[in-house]
Each structure stands twice: as C-alpha cells, then as structure tokens.
Ligand binder design. Structure first.
Ligand code: FES
Length: 114
C-alpha cells in the first residue's frame, strides 16, 4: 500500500515538506518531498557531502530563486528532478531518491520491496 506522506496541495509549488522516518527504512533520517507543478520528487534528508540533514532550519530545503534544493550547511545545490548536485562541495554526487506516486492528489511513499 505504501505510506501516505501528505496532499500535493499541502506543498506550495516550488517548495518542500519534510517527513519523519517512522518505519525504520531511512536509518532514523527522514525525507522530504518537493513539488514542481503537478509533479513531486522525494529524497532522503541526507546530504552526500557530510551525510547530515540538509535543513539546518527545519523544513527549509529550497533555494527558490535558483529553483534548486539547497543544503543549508555548506550551500550545495541539487536539481529538483534528479537530486544531482550541480553546485557545491559534493558536485556530481546525488541525493538518494525515494519512490513515490500521486494518487488522487495524495503523495504516497511506495512500500519497500519484501
Ligand atoms: S553538509 Fe551539505 S553541503 Fe556540506
């Protein structure tokens, strides 16, 4: 079935929403969903630079002027659609994506393979 994360409409277009790990899948680290129009993208909240959370200010993941995800620690920037780091100390690395689907406006984290 998967885990319901939020409604797509709960996320302002171009912004993100964090969620906690409650199922042990993310090693205690949560994730976040970024909305772009009618699409959404989901990543583990773990910066590939130092493997710490991106949102020094909880829930703030975006450089809205640049239209990119930004790590607050040292400023690495990531493409929304791919999670690839395009600027900063971990350039060329990428965020870990999580599989989601949107069902009637609800963002659902896919269940892990058994
Ligand atoms: S920890 Fe993210 S850029 Fe350094």
């Amino acid at each position: 079935m998967g885990r319901i994360l939020c409604q797509l409409a709960d996320i302002v277009d171009g912004d993100a929403r964090a969620f906690d790990s409650v199922d042990g899948r993310l090693n205690g680290t949560g994730g976040f969903v970024v909305r772009r129009g009618t699409q959404a993208y989901c990543y583990v909240n773990d910066c590939p630079h130092l493997h710490i959370t991106l949102d020094f200010v909880p829930g703030r993941f975006m450089n809205k002027d640049a239209g990119l995800i930004q790590c607050a620690n040292h400023g690495a920037r990531f493409e929304i659609e791919t999670g690839e780091c395009v600027w900063g100390p971990c350039r060329g690395d990428a965020l870990t994506s999580l599989p989601i689907r949107i069902v009637n406006g609800t963002v659902v984290l896919e269940a892990p393979p058994q």
